[in-house]
Design a protein around this ligand. Structure first.
Ligand code: SF4
Length: 571
């Protein structure tokens, strides 16, 4: 263990008790248990939501469970306790039991399950039996007599009685032992291989089983068609809301977010349709609206009127401490340079491909120079030389950027979009104004994704932490600058969506007029929502989803599951 590793131990201490539900998860898939318990990941799918619905009655505590020594005096029908939390030190288990009934002086834990009775000889699945057995063992250790338990299947409304045999108790203890070993190892178990369990797993989009197995075996190599199952939606159902009318007021009305301007409603959007909310400049929002957004984990982002990304308001930070520790540790390790090399190399490659595709002939030398810079970046010996290669590539790329612009002649041709070099703070021409605006949109995109995955977005590997700078978001967006931000700028100019008259100029700085900004955001959103073929996994996926997959793969690299940082190079 090197000095940095010893100052950043990444194995978290195990709680005193194992929840019976975690034994169920571990028996189903050790990785699922690890993701949920150690890394505190969670996501719902239709089955988990249905499960919660089926559980709603038993989740409300009611009825009393008499002490064990009073059981004999109780009439069986008098014992009907719901949502009872009990633990037992001997076996080390804890459980919130859905329902406890009594029968001939003994207690009977009843565990509710969604779905129908399984069509197998046991009329139940092993993970469910193990969970029930753990509950029975807790009850026994607390002095109760508990020879059997019941699995109640809500869909078929059938009870299946399970005998708590010595063999089942031994199997439950064996699973508990394995679980403790895995948790104490600090290593995320490998995904299940080609398992039919994965498509129904609510954590499939977080776990990325096929992608991780592919990347671990063939880092960054293109997969064969249909070899990798995309087990999550290709694009998001929810969309962002941008509010940029100065003086607008955002409030909550029942299940909707309502935007008003001078007292008149101009928009209402259901909360379930919102992915995040962006407020520009002088826009007010009510406490009730903020509370509801926090409750639903919908990020609220604040920008200056000019589009500068000021900050983000979210609920509690992600509880994956293990990932943040690895992220901080990597800052001192070799991973930092490895990640930075990949990001810069991918950025240069994507810039080169954009230039090759969009510019007329005559840029061959520049394209060749970019290819060379790409190679140099991939072999950079340290951060300083990497910065030099990247700076050189950016200079070449932006020198030729205007060759990709083909504004309408009716708009005065290129004269309105004269661009020679990248400048910012403030942008001193229309093209730079749009590039800055697009980069700020991309920064907020990655800030949201990184927080969702569990990273600290302010701790980067290539961009050094600086006051208030979301360095990791800036790192991660490097390969996507040409593919998303620059492409949107080229597209709005070449399609005449934005014209030279759509800018205001003040003190030498250029900015988009409000209507033009709306049009720009719409083009940007279309780009984020557009489906592309993933260059490695070969399935269709939106750019917005790609960003999340990249962040999750980087997390898996830092957690030691993947041998190299993830790449993203367009074909
Ligand atoms: S997707 Fe598959 S491998 Fe991943 S946690 Fe779920 S069941 Fe386990």
């Amino acid at each position: 263990m090197n000095e940095a590793e010893s100052s950043f131990p990444v194995i978290l201490s195990l709680p005193d008790f194992i929840p019976a539900r975690m034994l169920n998860e571990f028996a189903y898939c050790p990785r699922l248990c690890y993701l949920e318990w150690a890394q505190q990941e969670w996501d719902d799918n239709e089955w988990t939501m249905d499960g919660n619905f089926q559980h709603r009655r038993v989740d409300r505590p009611s009825g009393d469970l008499p002490d064990a020594d009073e059981m004999e005096e109780q009439a069986p029908e008098a014992v009907h306790a719901r949502s009872v939390m009990l633990s037992a030190e001997g076996c080390g288990f804890i459980a919130k039991m859905d329902l406890i009934e009594a029968e001939a002086g003994a207690v009977l834990p009843v565990e509710y399950k969604r779905g129908s009775v399984p069509d197998n000889p046991e009329r139940s699945w092993e993970p469910e039996r193990v969970q029930l057995c753990a509950q029975a063992m807790i009850l026994r250790e607390n002095g109760y007599v508990c020879p059997t338990g019941v699995l109640y299947y809500a869909q078929s409304r059938q009870r299946v009685e399970i005998a708590i045999t010595d063999a089942l108790a031994a199997r439950t203890l064996e699973i508990a032992r394995e679980l403790r070993c895995v948790m104490q190892s600090g290593e995320t178990p490998r995904p299940l291989q080609d398992s039919p369990k994965c498509p129904g797993c609510s954590l499939a989009g977080i776990c990325l089983p096929d992608e991780i197995l592919h990347e671990a075996a063939h880092p960054n190599a293109e997969a064969e068609e249909d070899a990798i199952r995309r087990l999550y939606p290709a694009r998001d159902d929810a969309a962002p809301l941008y509010v940029q009318d100065q003086g607008a007021y955002v409030g909550k009305s029942n299940e909707e977010l309502v935007v008003k301007l001078k007292g008149t409603k101009v928009a209402d959007i259901r909360f379930i349709d919102l992915s995040h909310v962006c407020l520009y400049g002088n826009v007010q929002i009510s406490t009730q609206a903020i509370q509801e957004l926090l409750k639903r984990s919908i990020p609220l982002l604040y920008f200056s009127f000019g589009g500068w990304f000021n900050g983000i308001c979210g609920g509690m930070p992600h509880k994956n401490v293990e990932l943040r520790r690895r992220q901080y540790r990597a800052e001192y390790g070799k991973e930092s340079l490895e990640i930075a090399r990949v990001l810069v190399q991918n950025k240069i490659q994507n810039s080169r491909i954009l230039l090759r595709r969009n510019s007329a002939e005559g840029n061959e030398d520049a394209i060749e120079d970019l290819r060379r810079a790409e190679q140099q970046a991939g072999e950079a010996a340290n951060m300083e030389s990497l910065l030099g290669f990247e700076g050189n590539a950016a200079r070449i790329y932006f020198q030729h950027f205007s060759s990709m612009l083909k504004p309408k002649e009716s708009d005065g041709g290129l004269s309105g979009f004269d661009f020679t070099t990248r400048n910012r703070r403030p942008p001193r021409d229309p093209v730079n104004a749009m590039l800055s605006f697009a980069y700020s949109l991309l920064t907020k995109e990655f800030a949201i994704v990184l927080l969702r995955v569990g990273f600290d977005p302010f701790m980067g590997f290539y961009h050094q932490p600086r006051y208030g700078r979301p360095a990791l978001a800036l790192d991660m967006m490097e390969p996507f600058r040409p593919l998303i931000a620059d492409s949107v700028v080229i597209s709005v100019i070449n399609n005449g969506v934005i014209q030279s008259k759509d800018f205001v100029r003040s003190a030498g700085a250029f900015a988009l007029k409000p209507d033009a900004r709306k049009a720009f955001i719409m083009t940007y959103e279309r780009r984020m929502d557009s489906l592309i073929t993933h260059p490695i996994f070969n399935y269709r996926i939106s750019y917005r989803r790609v960003l999340e997959v990249q962040a999750r793969l980087l997390a898996r690299y830092l957690l030691g599951e993947l041998p190299t940082p993830p790449e993203f190079c367009t074909r």
